[in-house]
Design a protein around this ligand. Structure first.
Ligand code: MG
Length: 315
């Protein structure tokens, strides 16, 4: 059994950690590993990853049912589409889905059937933070994908990620979270075995510069299952050192802001806000809004009608 008191500090850690990882990765998203200078990393502007995570947080706070959540998230996606701040290298699947929503397509059908970019996973953390049972985390995560990403692997990876956040919040060790995630993925899609094998080999060989790359590694993170496993790899290997983990997560050839956002979220959920350096919070864009959303997610969780009906989770 693994239960611990869920504090506001833990939820703030996840939300602010995600934003810090995103902001550190955003300026270097399209740079190769060799061209990223770690000492120059600076968290200021957030990108679409955090913007859409905030959209999901608002929808989770507003909704009481899974379908209500889908409806509210669709509204937030259209608001994001029209926002003047939507100029942070947004992903094509998210833009296309939001445009289809705006034109009147139902949210359950707006997402591309072939879309399995990392856009659905990067924003999902608030679902694992606010809901109090794994089955509802899985259901709401699927609904969070439908407006923009309907490829089965995007949905599966997003469900696995929100569950990983749920378990990190409850204090589970990262190694256990990785193992549970592999079982979850393997049981539902045997085609993922290849990348799961590469994930295991990367952990045994333990060379981050190879693991976090496309050549026989876990990948570049542009697609959902790669981003998921890259983040779990960094969490498992560097999970007790927030600063180093984030720097490793963003110093990659591939999707730096998304892998940074995922690593920041899961380490923040595990360790709380105190693990995040002040130097990275000082100039963070929308810092006050992020704190407010974290506080409201905490209140939303505490008021969850299912809270006291949920049996303790057993690994
Ligand atoms: Mg981004």
């Amino acid at each position: 059994m693994c239960m611990r008191p869920i504090t506001q500090d833990l939820i703030e850690g996840a939300i602010l950690g995600a934003a810090v990882g995103d902001a550190l990765g955003y300026p270097v998203e399209f740079l190769s590993r060799q061209n990223i200078k770690r000492e120059a990393l600076n968290a200021s502007l957030i990108s679409d990853d955090t913007q859409l995570m905030m959209a999901i947080a608002k929808a989770v706070i507003a909704a009481r049912t899974a379908t209500g959540f889908g409806f509210h998230f669709a509204k937030e996606l259209v608001a994001w589409l029209d926002s003047p701040e939507n100029n942070r290298a947004p992903g094509m699947a998210c833009l296309t889905g939001a445009r289809r929503l705006k034109s009147g397509v139902p949210w359950q059908e707006a997402g591309g059937l072939q879309s399995k970019g990392a856009g659905s996973i990067m924003r999902a953390a608030p679902i694992g933070l606010a809901l109090t049972s794994p089955s509802r985390v899985i259901e709401w995560s699927r609904f969070s994908c439908l407006p923009t990403h309907r490829h089965p692997v995007a949905i599966l990876a997003t469900q696995a990620w929100a569950l990983a956040i749920f378990h990190a919040l409850h204090g589970l060790p990262f190694e256990t979270i990785s193992k549970n995630t592999m079982v979850f993925l393997h049981r539902r899609d045997a085609d993922l075995d290849l990348i799961l094998n590469r994930f295991v080999l990367s952990k045994i060989n333990f060379k981050p510069e190879i693991a976090l790359g496309s050549y026989m590694g876990i990948g570049d993170g542009w697609v959902a299952e790669e981003a998921l496993l890259m983040a779990l790899y960094v969490a498992e290997k560097f999970g007790d050192r927030f600063d180093e983990a984030i720097e490793i997560a963003v110093t990659i050839d591939g999707d730096s802001d998304t892998v940074g956002c995922l690593v920041g979220a899961i380490l923040g959920a595990r360790h709380g806000k105190s693990a995040i350096s002040d130097k990275w919070l000082t100039n963070l864009e929308h810092k006050d809004d992020l704190f407010t959303l974290a506080e409201r997610l905490y209140q939303r969780r505490a008021a969850d009608p299912f809270l006291f009906k949920t049996p303790p989770w057993r690994p």
